[in-house]
Design a protein around this ligand. Structure first.
Ligand SMILES: [Zn+2]
Length: 253
């Protein structure tokens, strides 16, 4: 019944703000999580309580938002750029096979990491690694400012695009900026242009560990995440608390 760390990344590149994790910091996160006994899983594995962990391991649900180029880049020969998030993690997983690349990517269908000609290759790669895609709307709006109809359009069109790419539905949704629409009922599901759309779950931006998938208190339409940045309620701070025994995390039976 312990809590689950749902970790959230945006850019993996040089620079300093809460949306950026440098390659060095990302490597350090993987190393620290590994040493503390965390093992990676996707959002679906978490929601379905099929986290596929060795006994005693603690799940870390990895999420990457916005499909920024620095998350997944291929070189002209098709090889994964060793400096993008997936490349760095693959390198880490070679040394630590029990920490495989396993994450949920909340993508913007018009962005999808740039390199449009490489998209099919990237999707096949992610699938082969056991990663999955989730919905992050089409244009990343502040949903609270939109009419119900516009909210539906943002979620529905993104869902259709994912379905077209072969993603099994329903998918989960990460709210742009963590902001809910005025009409929160839309987060569960709605009808749009004669079709029914439902969300498997909805994720916020911050700022604490989530409930265990078996906990009746888990609100699937408001699941918190932990941002990977050096600041209040960021990943390093939560890992410090975990190390000091101040967070009771879920442990695989
Ligand atoms: Zn975003």
């Amino acid at each position: 019944m312990g809590s689950v760390f749902v970790v959230e990344y945006h850019h993996i590149r040089a620079g300093k703000n809460s949306m950026i994790r440098s390659p060095k910091e990302f490597r350090a996160d993987l190393e620290r999580l590994y040493k503390l006994g965390f093992r990676p899983c996707t959002v679906s594995q978490y929601l379905n309580n099929q986290m596929d962990m060795p006994p005693g391991a603690t799940p870390a649900v990895f999420t990457f938002d916005d499909s920024n180029p620095s998350q997944l880049q291929l070189r002209p020969d098709g090889a994964v750029d060793p400096n993008c998030a997936v490349g760095i993690w693959q390198e880490f997983a070679k040394l630590h096979p029990d920490f495989p690349v396993r994450a949920t990517f909340y993508v913007l269908p018009d962005v999808m990491w740039g390199q449009p000609k490489m998209l099919e290759k990237k999707l096949a790669l992610l699938k082969s690694l056991g990663c999955e895609l989730g919905n992050h709307t089409v244009t990343h709006p502040i949903l609270r400012k939109l009419s119900d109809d516009k909210v539906k359009e943002e979620i529905a069109v993104a869902t259709d695009r994912l379905e077209k790419l072969g993603v099994p539905l329903p998918v989960s949704l990460a709210l742009p900026f963590g902001v809910s629409p005025k009409n929160k009922q839309l987060l569960r599901g709605f009808d749009y242009k004669g079709k029914r759309y439902v969300q498997k779950a909805v994720f916020l931006v911050g700022a604490e560990p989530a409930c265990s998938p078996m906990d009746p208190k888990l609100d699937r339409y408001r699941i918190p995440r932990i941002q990977a940045y050096n600041g209040p309620m960021g990943l390093p701070e939560w890992l410090d608390k975990f190390e000091r025994g101040q967070v009771k995390a879920y442990v695989a039976p």
